[in-house]
Design a protein around this ligand. Structure first.
Ligand code: SF4
Length: 360
């Protein structure tokens, strides 16, 4: 797919926009002033594959904590600021890599000017983060929500460009999928700043991942979007998992072994769900496998021989089950029969060996 040409922006060590890969973001769910817990969560998210992390900065204690958190973490850190522009100044002084301002609650020219001045001195970018839940009063109430979201961002962009500042990232999050998609399409046509995609307040993992994947997936398919966050009412690691699946499904990124499995039907004679879950769990927890997880491999786990051999041809590794045993394929070639019990362990060993072979 052809990506929209966005300006390249650097956030800490990561570049977004241009031809850079679509980056995965999340937000810490801890109190930022609780440095130990926040550091623990950020470092854990990094291991899961998070590439940019945002923290809420709601008071001076949070702003001061940014310095200590930065000293113990590696991910580019975005300070999320609402209402009080002075917190942005403190977060910049304390080492934040990017500031997010909400046009709905920080809109006075003098305050924006102060923040932009500090960003210029530190060489940091700014995210203009418009959210449907906190739109200001500047947009025409008669306009449709996508227009109001885009209008709010464009008005802010113009204010900031008048200050000769252009290191901007834009997000326009609504909780409604069609409105969010339309808003992003509008802003994508009006500017060349990188876009951070997300749907806000999507709910629990199942509903949230689905809503996000419809909105974010639609936009990414059109070439729109440079970073993504899947907002879920759950542990942030789930957000990373969902983001990786979306990017892998669109062939935009590869993160490691990708399991494809059939839905099963009356022909299946084994508990295929158990095999798939076992393998997923082993892949995510065994240290050697995390290493192997950096190698993109397609692993097909099929319930019977109807579609098994066909899928096996497309996969690096595959198994097609019969009764109590499965036929194992490597690169589309049938290798041997393996017992159902211990199948997940067998596949795990094969994944690690395939990864090692590819490294050497
Ligand atoms: S691969 Fe076999 S078991 Fe799985 S859904 Fe297809 S026919 Fe059913």
């Amino acid at each position: 797919m052809k990506r929209r040409k966005a300006k390249v922006i650097k956030i800490g060590d990561i570049c977004i926009g241009g031809e850079y890969p679509v980056a995965i973001q999340s937000m810490a769910k801890t109190k930022t002033s609780d440095v130990a817990q926040t550091v623990k969560q950020i470092n854990s998210l990094e291991r899961f594959g998070c590439e940019i992390i945002r923290v809420a900065v709601k008071d001076g204690q949070d702003a001061r904590a940014v310095k200590k958190i930065k000293a113990q973490t590696r991910l580019p850190l975005v300070a999320d600021i609402h209402f009080d522009y002075r917190l942005a100044l403190q977060a910049i002084d304390n080492g934040a890599d990017k500031i997010r301002l909400n046009p709905g609650n920080i809109f006075r020219e003098k305050e924006i000017r102060e923040v932009v001045r500090a960003l210029k001195i530190s060489g940091l970018p700014l995210r203009i983060g418009v959210n449907s839940g906190s739109l200001g009063g500047m947009e025409s109430k008669r306009s449709a929500l996508p227009d109001r979201l885009a209008e709010s961002a464009l008005d802010y962009i113009r204010k900031i460009e008048r200050l000769s500042f252009y290191d901007l990232v834009i997000s326009l999050k609504g909780s409604n999928v069609p409105d969010t998609v339309r808003a992003y399409r509008k802003i994508a046509a009006e500017c060349d700043y990188p876009l951070h995609l997300g749907v806000t307040a999507t709910g629990t993992p199942y509903a949230g991942a689905l809503k996000s994947s419809i909105a974010i997936g639609s936009l990414l398919l059109e070439g729109i979007g440079d970073t993504i966050r899947i907002s879920l009412t759950d542990q942030p690691a789930q957000e990373i998992k969902a983001a990786k699946i979306i990017l892998e499904s669109l062939s935009l990124r590869e993160f490691g072994p990708r399991i494809i499995s059939c839905p099963t039907c009356g022909r299946c004679e084994v508990d295929l769900t158990k095999v798939v879950r076992d393998l997923e769990r082993k892949l995510s927890t065994i240290p050697d496998c995390r290493q192997a997880g950096t190698i993109p491999l397609k692993v097909a786990i099929m319930g019977c021989v109807v579609n098994g051999p066909g899928e096996a041809k497309e996969a690096d590794l595959a198994v097609a089950f019969g009764k109590k045993e499965g036929l194992f394929f490597r690169k589309g070639k049938a290798i041997k029969k393996i017992p159902y019990s211990g199948c997940a362990d067998y596949l795990l060993r094969e994944i690690i060996e395939a990864s090692v072979r590819r490294h050497t």
